[in-house]
Every structure is written in C-alpha cells, then in structure tokens.
Design a binder for this molecule. Sequence first.
Ligand code: NAD
Ligand code: 6OD
Length: 483
Amino acid sequence: MDILKSYINGEFVDSGEYFDNINPVNGEVIAGIAEADEAMINHAISSARKALYGPWSQLSVNERSALLHKVADRMAEREQEFIDAEIADTGKSLFQVKTIDIPRGTANFRFFADQVKYQGGESFVTETANGEKALNYSVNKPLGVVAVISPWNLPLLLATWKIAPALACGNCVILKPSEETSSTAVLLAQVMDEVGMPKGVFNLILGRGKAVGDKLTSAPGIDAVTFTGASATGKQIMKSVAETVKPISFELGGKNAAIVFAHADIAKAIAGITRSSFTNCGQVCLCTEKVYVHRSLFTPFLEGLKQAAENIKIGYPLEQDVFMGPLVSRLHQQKVLAYYQLAREEGAEVVTGGGVPVFNDERDNGCFIQPTILTGLEDEARVNQEEIFGPVCHVSIFDDEAEVINRVNNTPYGLAASIWTEHLTQAHRVAAQIEVGLVWVNTWFLRDLRAPFGGVKLSGIGREGGEHSLAFYSEPSNICIKI
Ligand SMILES: NC(=O)c1ccc[n+]([C@@H]2O[C@H](COP(=O)([O-])OP(=O)(O)OC[C@H]3O[C@@H](n4cnc5c(N)ncnc54)[C@H](O)[C@@H]3O)[C@@H](O)[C@H]2O)c1
Ligand SMILES: N/C(=C\C=C\C=O)C(=O)O
C-alpha cells in the first residue's frame, strides 16, 4: 500500500507511525499516512530557519518569481496526477476538480509570482519643525518561517492560496494539510523537489490537527501562522500562538446567506443558489446555508430549487454529468446527518432530501448524502445559526429590505453572502449593509485574486488576496537617513 510521507529539508521522511487514508466513495483504505513525530517537526522548523539565510535569501524577486512559475509549470505537466490524487482523497467530481481545484493551484502560484514583482514600498522627504531634513523609506522583508495549516474541502486550492504568496515574499514554509486530504500536498512537495526549490524552503508535515498542528503553532521557531479551517480550531490556534506573539491570518467558518429580492431573475437565482448550496457537496466555506426569498417569489422559487436539487446527479467522481460526490469522511457524514435530524426535531419541513442516497453497490459504504432543502424554521433555530458544511439550505420568506438585512446579519459569522436582484441600485445599497467580507451579486464564487478575501466576526481575521497577501507575508522596515 502507498505510504504518504512528510517532506523535510529536501527529503521524504517516514515516521513509522501510520493512519489510514480512506476513499469516501466506498470507504476503502487507499494509502497509509506516516504521521510526523516531534523530532520531525523540530527538524522541519530548524531546516526552514536555516534556509532563511541560505541561497533562498540571495535570490532576487525576479528569480523567486521565475522559480514559482516553474512550480506552476511542473504542476501543469503533472495535472492528471493532481486530479487523480484530489479525487482519491475527496471523491469530488472530475468536473469540479478539473475546473476549480487543480487550475486554481497553478493559478495561485502564477498570480503571486507576478504580483510580488509589483510590491512597492514608501518613501518620504522629511522636514522637521526644527528644520532638520531626512529621507524616510521602507523596505519589505519576509516574516521568516510561516506555518500554513489548511483544510480538507479544497485541499490544493487552499494550501497554495497561502503557500504561493508566502514563498513569493521570501518566506520559508511548513505546510500542515488536513489529515483527510494529504495526497496533493505530497505531490506538491515532489514538484518543489523537482524544480529545485532550495532545501528547507518548503517543508511538508503530515498528521492530525491537535497532535501535529498544535506543536507547530506553539513553536518559537515559527514566525507566523496562516490558517484556514473551522472557527473553533481558530480559537485553539489563537491560544496556542499567544505565548510567542505571532502574526496570524485566519480564514474560518461561515453561515452564509442568499437573498432573493422581488426584482430577481428567478431562473438565474435558482441556478445560482443551486450552485452556491450544493457545490462540492456543500463543503465550501462560501456555500449558502440560509436563503431568504421575497414573499412574492417564495413559492415558485422553492419549487424551482426543489426541482434543481432533485435533478442533481450524485455518484462516482468520473461518472458523466456527476455534480455531487460524497462528503469527505464518515465522521463528517454523521455530523451533517445529525443536523438533518436536528432540523426535524426543531420542526423543519424537509422539502427534499434529508437522508442518504441508496446505490445498492460499494457506494453504500461511502459517505454520500442527499442534497437537502428545509423550510419552516425560525432564524434562531440551531440549524439556522450553526455552520453545517454540507449540501443543505434553509429557505425563509421576507417582506422588506430592512427586515432581511437585519435577519441576514443576525449571526456570529460574517464570511460571504449573495444578492439576487436586477435592481442594481438595490444591490449596491444592500451589499454595503451586509456584515460579511465577501458579497456576490447575481453570481457566486466568481473570484478576482487581486480582491481582498476574508471574513469578519467568527469568520476570520485579516484579508488575503493581491496586495493584502503581500502585506501579510512581509514585514516592512522603515529606514530614516538624515540629509
Ligand atoms: N474561510 C475560508 O476561506 C475557509 C475555507 C475552507 C474551509 N473553511 C472552514 O474549515 C472548516 C472545514 O475544514 P476542516 O474540517 O479541515 O477544519 P478544521 O479546523 O477541523 O481543520 C483545518 C486544519 O487545521 C488542523 N487543525 C485541527 N486542529 C488543530 C489545532 N489544534 N492546531 C493546529 N491545527 C489544527 C487540521 O488538521 C487541518 O489541517 C469549516 O468550518 C469551513 O468553514 C474556511
Ligand atoms: N480562499 C478561497 C476560497 C475559499 C473557499 C472556502 O472553502 C479562494 O478562492 O481564494
């Protein structure tokens, strides 16, 4: 059986302690993952710290940029292996892996390889009150050794979204991917090796979150932590880094709303909210879990969304026209099914779904689940307040704009929202009042990598994307010269 290994100081290292990598399509073990031990974690940190002052630090921005383009080139050459690995770990559809997950992996490297070349500084000619003159200018330095801790839902996309700018800014990186999805991270380590990334600049530590992640985030040799994952985990990491006062960048959970106004193009809204609720089996932090529909459109919208959900093809990743694969794990399937049960207990009407599909083949040993639409619950219901992270949304009626804005903002999260209306003055007005980091109007998950990305409240700290990433992964120093 394949063994997935950590990559430390340019070597693949086997710890001898393994846990299973399971295919969520049929529940079969597909590989063993060698969990890093404390000595390996310490070796990764010391290697990264040493590499900060080695050849890597002598590269110019253009040379670093060229090397990151070589990473993207090699990833593109090995695209099929990345596709196969991402599907093996997650069971997600070939369509999604080929159109979202893997292309964004290379795009993230290419984007930041170019973006970093335009990173500027500041300068001021200073004249003090007592007539002294000086030149003040800033230089950007790397943070140092950055721990990148990434989740299982968009494994390659989200790991590279952090690794690319961190390396572009001259940092060294230690990646700790989710224990559910380590395969593309191992391929990325192979690519780093193949393109000649200096030893210790990129390191990969495999293992479970609490056991391995905690050791990384609390280590004095780690200069910064960039984390994508659950809000509860973010709280743990904040405690863990407090002792060593590290900068953190957090992209956390969400409980995202879609608002369908009376002026919406209802067909566009149904298609868009089908995508935003059920893409990746609802396992995208930006997915819609609460839909608010103006009373005038409620009945036709709900019927249309029900039809669309029931037309979703669920099945094998490589099967023609499959839109939804399984959830990532048995544990997560049990969590989402528990929320389906809770919804019933809270009094919801299950418009469609609410259980698991039956295939009468090996897939019944997998982690599949039905896309589900609920209605009839109050906003305060747990199902409407807590992140479920599955293919489920609750649909409510609203009557006026002020009411729906208040209801949408009534959540401890603040990541994303979508607004569906052809009345664009209304779209601009409402978008500015929703307490989130990201608002889409008449679309969803349409991304410009230059734009600020991140959430407020329990959904995160900081922004990444474009110059926001460069700002986080750099330390500007101000130099003042008397003239
Ligand atoms: N805001 C975003 O951009 C975004 C993107 C994707 C996922 N998410 C969120 O992530 C969650 C789903 O992903 P998940 O289940 O992998 O999240 P998770 O928080 O369970 O795990 C994320 C990563 O953190 C590691 N980890 C767990 N405990 C840790 C600890 N104590 N110290 C250090 N590392 C630790 C895990 O091993 C994994 O690599 C959802 O809440 C989703 O909303 C947010
Ligand atoms: N960070 C990004 C997406 C996050 C998706 C959450 O699951 C991105 O598109 O850059």
